[in-house]
Design a protein around this ligand. Structure first.
Ligand SMILES: *[C@@H]1O[C@H](CO)[C@@H](O)[C@H](O)[C@H]1NC(C)=O
Length: 195
């Protein structure tokens, strides 16, 4: 009986400790990204966190959200320059309105992602469940904001639109990946928290 309990205890602590010794370094990021839909993008954008995150799902969650913030900021700046473009600006009429709406959507996206990262940095065992509920809500909202931006350009043509929607879609893929990694943390529970 004691033996069974001991084995059980061993398994409970497995996700944070034992597994990290059993696998090599490159597998860390592949393991973290295994739950995501856009795996190659996930591995490419998160590989540099392998050494610090190892098999700790809370560090991966922070990394996933923070690289998404980085890319969303870049796209947000890019959108702002498109709007400022005066002479021969291809964003006219409906496209101009869509661009302004998109800029607003990206502000909301960034707010939601920043809020999420703030909470992910302050995770506690006692509040874990409600904290993760909030983070999942906010990251999902960020994804909706980005989709709202894309909707504005629906059925609009031209290379300038194509280039913009490609960059925005890229952010949606990263956000989707971050959401999957956050969901994994929620299922794993608070046992791997380092702080
Ligand atoms: C997508 O985002 C990644 C990570 O920031 C970046 O390296 C890549 O160039 C982006 N791709 C597009 C099409 O914007």
């Amino acid at each position: 009986m004691t033996g069974v309990i001991l084995v059980l205890l061993l398994f409970i602590t497995l996700p944070c400790s034992y597994a990290s010794q059993a696998k090599n370094r490159n597998n860390y990021v592949e393991d973290a990204c295994s739950v995501t839909r856009y795996r190659n993008l996930c591995i490419r954008t998160l590989a540099s966190f392998s050494n610090t995150a190892k098999h700790n799902p809370s560090i991966w969650a922070r990394a996933g959200v923070s690289v998404t913030i980085g890319e969303a900021k870049k796209v947000s700046k890019y959108l702002a320059t498109l709007k400022r473009n005066k002479r021969g600006n291809p964003f006219r009429g409906r496209n101009k309105i869509a661009l302004s709406d998109c800029i607003e959507s990206f502000q909301d996206t960034l707010d939601n992602l920043h809020r999420s990262l703030f909470v992910l940095r302050k995770l506690s065992i006692r509040e874990f469940t409600s904290q993760l509920e909030d983070v999942i809500t906010w990251v999902s909202a960020a994804l909706t904001d980005e989709d709202t931006c894309l909707d504005g350009f629906n059925e609009q043509k031209g290379n300038h639109v194509k280039f913009l929607t490609n960059r925005v879609s890229n952010v949606t893929y990263m956000t989707s990946n971050a959401l999957a990694i956050v969901n994994k943390l929620a299922t794993t529970g608070p046992e791997c928290l380092t702080n």
